[in-house]
Structures are given as structure tokens and as C-alpha cells.
Design a protein around this ligand. Structure first.
Ligand code: GRG
Length: 293
């Protein structure tokens, strides 16, 4: 199957599952679900759930069983974007082609919607009747680690603290391996867990996710400069306005692209050690690193 067809097929399944996970409800606090649906539905590349599905499939696991857990990853990712856009963080007015949640709803409501998506993601895993207790624990454990205080949140804390400061490449890598890379790594780990991967295959997928996650962020920084208008709908990205250190500031555009390319090659080398057909994971990695927006 070609990549475009695969992306459409998986995105449709994910969209449908997300719709079903968060229906509107006849309760006095339905505005919470309306806000969650506003942020979650009809936007976003769905990179993390698609990677989780592709990893499951590549290792011979059941994609249907992977669907809900993959959507849990998207819920955590969306919560992080909602909170990251708040005035106390990056203060971004637009997200996924429309006003950020705190612009469309009251700010307190945006905070609570992020909180809801975060907690609901774990609820989904804990109550998924397709998963054994052992798999639930493994998935919940990976998700708490990758999204938590030694993962995505650690990266975000350091990122906020580094505003207007000169930090070196090592510190920048540490921030982004956690802030962005950890959830991409979790996506591959989810696939490995659901497909009952052998420990050595699990480690390979994890390292693939690590390389891909950092490459994804480097290209994100490059696109902030080279394609900000298409990406954000404005000429200058918030990281530039907020005087954040970026890969482009640290290395320049060409060296940033070269580093992303090297990480892509390293990711490929890893994944090709698996005794499975990993063509789709390779194509997804290529599409991620050489994306144009
Ligand atoms: C608030 C705890 C907390 C964490 C926020 C992920 C994150 C941490 C902030 C996002 C800031 C940002 C724009 C980082 C650059 C890389 C990135 C994660 C971009 C957004 O991910 P995409 O491109 O977005 O996959 P879509 O909308 O396609 O899902």
C-alpha cells in the first residue's frame, strides 16, 4: 500500500475512534466535551497513533486492538498542545488551523480540558476490555513515564526555563528528547507492547522512536523559519517571538537538516535489524523527516 493511502486509511480509523471516545453528553458540564472535541477532532497529523498502529502491524500484532490505546496517545499529545498554547506558556493564538482552545473557550476551561484529556487517556487504557491486565499495566507504565516528570513534562519545564537564555546543543537535545521525543518513543513502545515484542525488538523500536523524535523536532524548528506561514498562518513562529533556543539558532538551517538526515539514517539502521517487514515504518519516518509543513 502506498503511504498516502495508508495515512488516509489510518487517519479515518483514528478520527472515528476519537469521535466515539468523546461524544457530546447531556450533562450540565457538556462544555468540557465540546471543548475536548474542538481541540481533538478534525486536525493534526495523528503522527503518534499512526506510528503506534504501524509498529503493531509490522510486528504482526492486531491493529484493531491497538486503535484505542493509540488514540490515548493522541489525547495526551492534544492536552500538551492545549497547555503549551496557554498565555503562561507559549501564548499561541492558533493551533491546527483554528484559534487555540483558550481563544475559543475561557482560559480556565482550556486548562481543565487539557486536564481531562490527560486523565481520560489513562482511563481508556485501564478500562480497555481488549487488553490483558498485564498489557494495561505495561501501557500505563510507559505512558506515565514518557508523558510525566522525567519525560515530556521535564522537557517542557526546561524549555520554559530556557526562554531568552543561551543554552548549548547538549541542553537543547535533552529538552527535545523529552518534550517531543518521549511521546514519539512511547508510540513505538505501544506498538511493541500490543504486538508482544521480544525484549530485543522492543529496544530497537524504542531507539528508532528516539532518533525519529529528535529528527522530527529539528525539522519542526527548520519549518518554523522556512515555512512559518503555511505551518502557523503567520510569518514568525512563537519560538522565535519567545526568544527560545532552537536548532536553527544553534546550528543554522543546513546543519540542522543534515543532523535530521543523520538521525533518520540511524533510525533506519535500527529498524532494519528487525526480522519483519518494516517498509511502512520506514516510509512514515521518511515522511516525518522530509515533511514540508
Ligand atoms: C504542556 C506538559 C506540556 C508539554 C507540552 C509537546 C509539547 C510539550 C509542546 C508542543 C510545542 C511544540 C509545538 C513543539 C514542537 C514539536 C511538536 C510536538 C509539534 C506538534 O506536534 P505535531 O506537529 O502536531 O505532531 P499535530 O497538530 O499535527 O498533532
Amino acid at each position: 500500500m502506498d503511504l498516502a493511502h495508508y495515512l488516509t486509511k489510518q487517519s479515518q480509523k483514528i478520527e472515528q475512534c476519537l469521535q466515539e471516545l468523546i461524544p457530546e453528553r447531556n450533562v450540565p458540564y457538556n462544555s468540557l466535551f465540546q471543548a475536548a472535541r474542538y481541540s481533538l477532532l478534525g486536525g493534526g497529523k495523528r503522527l503518534r497513533p499512526i506510528l503506534a498502529l504501524a509498529a503493531t502491524e509490522s510486528l504482526g500484532g492486531d491493529c484493531q486492538i491497538a486503535l484505542k490505546p493509540s488514540c490515548a496517545l493522541e489525547l495526551i499529545h492534544t492536552y500538551s498542545l492545549i497547555h503549551d498554547d496557554l498565555p503562561c506558556m507559549d501564548d499561541d493564538d492558533y493551533r491546527r488551523g483554528k484559534p487555540s482552545l483558550h481563544k475559543a473557550f475561557p482560559e480556565g476551561h482550556a486548562v481543565l480540558t487539557g486536564d481531562y484529556l490527560l486523565t481520560y487517556a489513562f482511563d481508556i487504557l485501564a478500562h480497555d476490555s481488549n487488553l490483558s491486565s498485564e498489557k494495561k499495566i505495561k501501557l500505563i507504565s510507559v505512558l506515565t513515564r514518557r508523558s510525566g516528570g522525567d519525560g515530556m513534562i521535564a522537557g517542557q519545564v526546561l524549555d520554559v526555563a530556557a526562554e531568552s537564555k543561551a543554552i548549548d546543543l547538549q541542553a537543547l537535545d535533552f529538552i527535545h528528547l523529552n518534550k517531543t521525543g518521549a511521546m514519539i518513543m512511547a508510540s513505538l513502545e505501544f506498538g511493541a507492547i500490543i504486538a508482544d515484542a521480544k525484549p530485543e525488538h522492543y529496544q530497537i523500536l524504542k531507539q528508532f522512536g528516539c532518533d525519529l523524535g529528535l529528527a522530527f523536532q529539528i525539522i519542526d524548528d527548520v519549518l518554523d523559519v522556512t515555512a512559518s506561514k503555511q505551518k502557523h498562518g503567520r510569518e514568525v513562529a512563537s519560538d522565535v517571538i519567545n526568544e527560545k533556543m532552537t536548532y536553527v539558532k544553534q546550528l543554522g538551517i543546513e546543519k540542522s537538516q543534515k543532523r535530521a538526515h543523520e538521525l533518520f539514517q540511524s533510525a533506519l539502521q535500527q529498524i532494519r535489524r528487525l526480522p519483519f517487514d518494516v517498509t511502512m515504518l520506514e516510509k512514515l519516518a521518511e515522511n516525518t523527516v522530509y515533511r514540508k509543513s
